[in-house]
Design a binder for this molecule. Structure first.
Ligand code: F0G
Length: 458
């Protein structure tokens, strides 16, 4: 290829206005939001990198599918198309549609969890952990040691530590482990990929001990890109076949369709075993909806079926991964401490390194998030001690292993000039690094506190 510029492989047919704001306006908005960007209004945001979840731009094909959506209560043709697309990807015969990923998590983890049970993962996402803990069970993260060092280059930094897994099984007893959950890509661990070798080894260990292996597959297409380009033996395989191979290793998949199915709402639970599927289906019908629509309308299911096809298009995936890398490498070149190599859906800033003068109990990640909003109206998300911190018996913060800030990139939404603006904002922020303050929490709920907690400047 002679061109260095990787263009967005789509044309823009509909546009959505961005409201430009001044620094003074943004200071007011931030204060009104108690220094928590989750509490900002979207109209107060110029570039929204809070999440890649449900923020994708759908294709003209998906919008056409929306019109075709069959809203029948039972056996809708849109459901049959979605069911087939999910079966084709996961190889699991039993598919349950849910309104989003966490609803699928709830169906499964409320059945197999409970007091005395353990879940082990390369890293549980926050809703996954919350669903597990809400059931009374314990969630344990065992990513490989390389994952904890944001600057260390490793091709599959999202991997699970299989030696530690063996140790945990010996220590806790296989019968007490409700499931091992492999999150691909490893979102809270930097959006880093998991290799097929690691997934195979994990599956072998689970099989040996009769432990259920569940794939949190919401970014499985992005993960497949890394396998094809980094893991020997997969160069000739299609992205879809790589994803299928990985699903085939697991007893089931949980997926938030709001990521790699390119839709604004939706998810599913897919299982290989009838007994467990029947138990979960009962909860589905009680809490979500009848088994052929779950929490979704027919048009949503139609869009998911189409999105699950588009996500594996080579031009799309190449642009997707390379544009994330573009942001990551440009920030690195500016001397911003980013997690490298770039993950699939997001770029992660090491806030402890960026703001070394802010003590951990004053949340350096929250400071980066607030300052980035102030300087450029860019909204992003703390993934650190606000999200995962706990308190000890004396009420002292037990910080998360890392304090990261995530710039999540919505799929097919922003162009390279938007991303260049983000890079410029960081260049400005870096100049004012020594003039910032930490934050203190003034109010927080018992679960998932990052969504609604209120802060004040120290
Ligand atoms: N698992 C992973 C790995 C996720 O990243 C998410 C959501 C979920 C499960 C839950 O799915 O939102 O559809 O209920 N992640 C979003 C994010 C919210 O911003 O990373 P959901």
């Amino acid at each position: 290829m002679i061109f260095k510029t990787i263009i967005e492989p789509f044309r823009i047919k509909t546009v959505e206005k961005i409201r430009m704001t001044t620094p003074e306006e943004r200071e007011g908005f931030l204060q009104a939001a108690h220094f928590n960007p989750f509490l900002l209004h979207s109209s107060e945001v110029i570039i929204d990198l809070l999440t890649d979840s449900g923020t994708s731009a759908m294709s003209s094909e998906q919008w056409a599918g929306i019109m075709r959506g069959d809203e029948s209560y039972a056996g809708a043709s849109s459901w049959l198309r979605m069911e087939k697309a999910v079966q084709d990807l996961t190889g699991c015969p039993y598919v349950m549609p849910t309104h989003q990923g966490r609803a699928a998590e709830h169906l499964l983890y409320s059945r197999i969890g409970g007091p005395g049970k353990y879940f082990i993962s390369n890293t549980h996402f926050d809703t996954t952990r919350a669903n597990i803990e809400f059931s009374g069970a314990t969630a344990i993260d065992i990513p490989i040691a390389e994952n904890r060092d944001p600057a260390l280059i490793h091709p599959f930094k999202g991997n699970l530590d299989t030696r530690l897994l063996q140790e945990k099984i010996a220590e806790l007893g296989a019968q007490n482990i409700a499931a091992v959950i492999l999150t691909v890509t490893n979102n809270s661990g930097g959006g880093q990929p998991v290799s097929m070798a690691n997934a195979r080894e994990t599956a072998d260990i689970c099989k040996q001990h009769g432990i259920l292996l569940i794939l949190d597959a919401c970014r499985i297409a992005e993960n497949a890109w890394f396998i094809k380009h980094r893991e020997p033996g997969f160069e000739q395989k299609s992205y879809r076949d790589i994803a299928r191979d990985m699903c085939a290793l697991a007893d089931g998949c949980v997926m938030s369709a709001k990521k790699d199915a390119l839709v604004n709402m939706g998810g599913f639970l897919a299982l290989r075993h009838l007994d467990l599927a029947l138990q979960c289906r009962t909860v589905l019908i009680i809490t979500e909806g009848y088994s052929t629509y779950g929490g979704l309308s027919g048009r949503d299911m139609e869009a998911i079926a189409i999105g699950l096809g588009e996500i594996f298009e080579p031009d799309y995936l190449h642009y997707r991964i390379k544009s994330t890398e573009y942001l990551c490498e440009n920030l690195h070149a500016l001397g911003i401490p980013v997690m490298r190599p770039a993950g699939g859906h997001a770029v992660y800033i090491d806030a402890r390194k960026f703001y070394p003068s802010i003590p951990l109990d004053q949340y350096p990640g929250q400071a980066v998030v607030c300052d980035l909003y102030r300087i450029g109206g860019i909204r992003c998300c703390e993934i650190g001690s606000v999200m995962f911190g706990k308190y000890d018996a004396n009420g002292q913060l037990i910080p998360a292993p890392m304090d990261l800030v995530r710039l999540a990139i919505p799929r097919r939404v922003y162009t390279q000039s938007h991303i260049d603006y983000v890079i410029e904002a960081f260049a400005e922020l870096a100049k004012k690094r020594d003039k910032t303050t930490g934050y203190r929490i003034t109010w927080e709920p018992p679960f998932l506190r990052h969504f609604t907690a209120r802060f004040e400047e120290v």
